[in-house]
Design a protein around this ligand. Structure first.
Ligand SMILES: NC(=O)c1ccc[n+]([C@@H]2O[C@H](COP(=O)([O-])OP(=O)(O)OC[C@H]3O[C@@H](n4cnc5c(N)ncnc54)[C@H](OP(=O)(O)O)[C@@H]3O)[C@@H](O)[C@H]2O)c1
Length: 344
């Protein structure tokens, strides 16, 4: 039975990844900060019925706290990270803990080097596409890094998160090289789709803001297009499959962007209007550039043999809207039909 540890086990991505690993027959160790917190860890405990799942307490800020959970594992998925994107104190709440967290997790990886086949780090498109380039449809691949000078001098609203992801990734590369650990980094764009529990993840809520009408989220979505150059998304199920794919693929190395669709807010508003005509949009964002500046390329992942199941906007949104209706985040539409085929 292959074994894996997933850090941040209560989180949106980590809990979906744990479920997929259990379904594939892995023995899974999951780390959480507070196993006694039923509200957070309850859904994880329920997954123990799916297979061999052991829950450990670990905190990114505590050296040695991942030792027990990583011990003897074939694969370690480093998913936990500070994600308080709108932090008022990014240095203390995002950047320092992200770097320290990576270091602490890698120190625990080294202690179990004898069994460890690979470390898989979840980074972010925020570490790739934020720059001062101008243009339309600029293709960004794994060579691209967000511009730290631009971020730290102009300090746009979410600068700290992007900086934390760049620096954490670079720290991981350095530590893995120095200690001869096999490291692969997965770079997701906005992660959307159903959550394991009954609460829709923040990133999924963001993807639905044109339909929910949440003003704060619409502002955030607009900032995302302005800063990162596009609205790019990946379905959580595909992203979990990609994490397992790059773990198991012997020749995998370096970074892998995992992003299924690239669009802009005006294009997205147009798509939503046509596909879900029963739903009202409060804005069409037509003041923003119609074409996205950036296209995040997942070509490396696809060339390695990975196939997206949710490769089009309609695949992603049909499923995401269904899950939002199921948990009461969106009200089902009167005629019960969630979409029409574009062109009907
Ligand atoms: N969601 C997206 O759209 C998106 C896009 C690109 C990349 N990512 C990356 O994907 C990963 C997972 O994100 P997510 O959306 O699943 O976020 P999430 O649901 O908020 O999960 C983050 C997890 O990290 C844990 N964590 C935070 N600080 C910690 C600490 N000091 N010690 C231990 N654990 C800590 C949290 O634990 P608690 O449960 O105890 O709070 C939580 O379980 C992150 O690395 C994020 O940067 C996310």
């Amino acid at each position: 039975m292959p074994s894996a540890c997933v850090t941040g086990g209560n989180g949106f991505l980590a809990s979906a990844l744990i479920r997929q690993l259990l379904e594939k027959g892995y023995a899974v160790n999951a780390t959480v900060r507070d196993p006694g917190n039923e509200q957070k860890a309850g859904q994880l405990k329920q997954m123990q019925s799916l297979g061999t799942l052991t829950i450990f307490r670990a905190d990114l800020e505590e050296e040695g706290s991942f030792d027990e959970a990583f011990n003897g594992c074939d694969y370690v998925f480093l998913v936990a990270a500070p994600v308080k994107i709108m932090s008022e104190n990014p240095e203390e709440e995002l950047i320092k803990p992200a770097i320290k967290g990576v270091l602490n997790m890698f120190k625990s990886c080294v202690k179990t080097k004898a069994t460890l086949k690979r470390v898989i780090l979840t980074s972010s498109a925020a570490a790739v596409s934020i720059n001062q380039l101008e243009g339309v449809n600029l293709v960004m691949d794994e060579e691209a890094w967000s511009d730290l000078t631009f971020l730290t001098t102009t300090k746009p609203r979410t600068w700290g998160y992007a900086v934390s992801k760049v620096l954490a990734e670079k720290e991981a590369i350095k530590y893995a090289e120095e200690n001869e650990l096999s490291l692969v980094r997965v770079i997701p764009s906005l992660i959307v789709g159903p959550a394991v529990g009954s609460v829709l993840a923040n990133s999924t809520q963001l993807s639905l803001c044109l339909l929910s009408g949440n003003e704060g989220m619409i502002r955030g979505f607009r900032q995302m297009q302005c800063l990162s150059g596009s609205i790019s998304m990946v379905h959580v199920e595909d992203l979990c499959r990609a994490h397992i794919f790059v773990a198991e693929e012997k020749v995998a190395a370096g970074r892998y962007i995992c992003s299924a669709v690239n669009t802009s807010l005006p294009e997205l508003a147009c798509f939503l209007r046509m596909r879900y005509p029963q739903r009202r949009l409060t804005t069409d964002c037509s003041d923003l550039p119609e074409k996205s500046k950036v296209i995040l390329s997942s070509e490396k992942l696809i060339k390695a043999g990975f196939e997206f199941k949710y490769s089009k906007l309609e695949d992603i949104y049909d499923e995401t809207i269904r899950s939002a209706e199921a948990v009461g985040f969106l009200t089902p539409t009167a005629n019960g039909s969630t979409h029409v085929q574009i062109g009907e």
